[in-house]
Design a protein around this ligand. Structure first.
Ligand SMILES: C[S@@+](CC[C@H](N)C(=O)[O-])C[C@H]1O[C@@H](n2cnc3c(N)ncnc32)[C@H](O)[C@@H]1O
Length: 227
């Protein structure tokens, strides 16, 4: 069997044992095939919006004789995923804004029995804000470093409670109270990006003051993370 990299391992760690999963944007289907072969899940739908990635997925499924447990489906987001085939839904390796769009148009995800495991490649701030404001609790969040890059994986469950999302929470989420090397590295990367962005604003403007205030708050949080 192949092994998963740190990023997909962290996604796998958040999947409940014995459940049915849907992996949205599966590409090579490494995660569902690995989970199936490890005996961790009862079945998987490996979904992608494009035929090419689904062919990659089929090759992995066939190479590891995982066809009994893993099926592929051509689907834009969760549009073609039957609700009863998905207890845990993974969306990894896609942009945060796309993940928001896909969650928002799938009403059956607003159900506390469904677990969403989300790993945004970009705009995690947009995703966290959407989750807070739309009744999804980020019940767990962990960071990892894979191929020298920093990632965050969130476990989200709908409870219908709308939460206020501060700017600093939008940017580092639950990782602000995590002292691990991975979380500190994630926060440092975010700070670096915000510092760079701030240099694009003219000093004294509203945008400049706002981003500097956010950087200041994040610096305070990162100091506490290092204590
Ligand atoms: C970078 S790959 C991520 C593969 C795997 N999930 C991972 O994290 O390693 C992103 C995949 O998402 C698929 N994708 C993009 N938009 C999608 C959508 N609206 N619905 C389903 N899949 C989508 C792409 O075709 C691509 O195969």
């Amino acid at each position: 069997m192949f092994s998963l990299d740190e990023r997909l391992s962290l996604c796998a760690e958040m999947v409940r044992d014995g459940v049915k999963i849907a992996d949205i944007g599966t590409d090579h289907a490494y995660l569902p095939v690995w989970l199936a072969k490890e005996g961790r899940i009862s079945s998987a739908v490996a979904a992608d919006v494009r035929q090419g990635p689904l062919e990659n997925a089929l090759r992995t499924i066939n190479a590891y004789n995982a066809g009994e447990k893993v099926r592929t489906v051509l689907s834009d987001g969760l549009d073609m995923i039957p609700e009863k085939e998905a207890d845990d839904i993974i969306m990894a390796g896609m942009g945060g804004e796309l993940i928001v769009k896909l969650i928002d148009r799938t009403p059956w995800l607003r159900d506390k029995s469904k677990h969403l495991i989300l790993q945004p490649m970009t705009r995690a701030d947009v995703l966290r804000r959407y989750l807070c404001e739309n009744g999804f609790e980020i019940s767990k969040e962990k960071a990892c470093i894979s191929c020298h890059k920093s990632y965050s994986v969130m476990l989200c469950i709908f409870d219908g409670k709308k939460r206020e999302c501060t700017d600093e929470y939008a940017y580092i989420g639950c990782l602000g109270s995590d002292k691990s090397v991975e979380a500190r590295r994630y926060a440092a990367v975010i700070l670096g990006k915000l510092e760079k962005k701030s240099r694009g604003f003219e000093e004294g403007t509203k945008e400049y003051k706002e981003i500097k205030a956010l950087i200041h708050k994040l610096l305070e949080i990162t100091e506490e993370m290092s204590e």
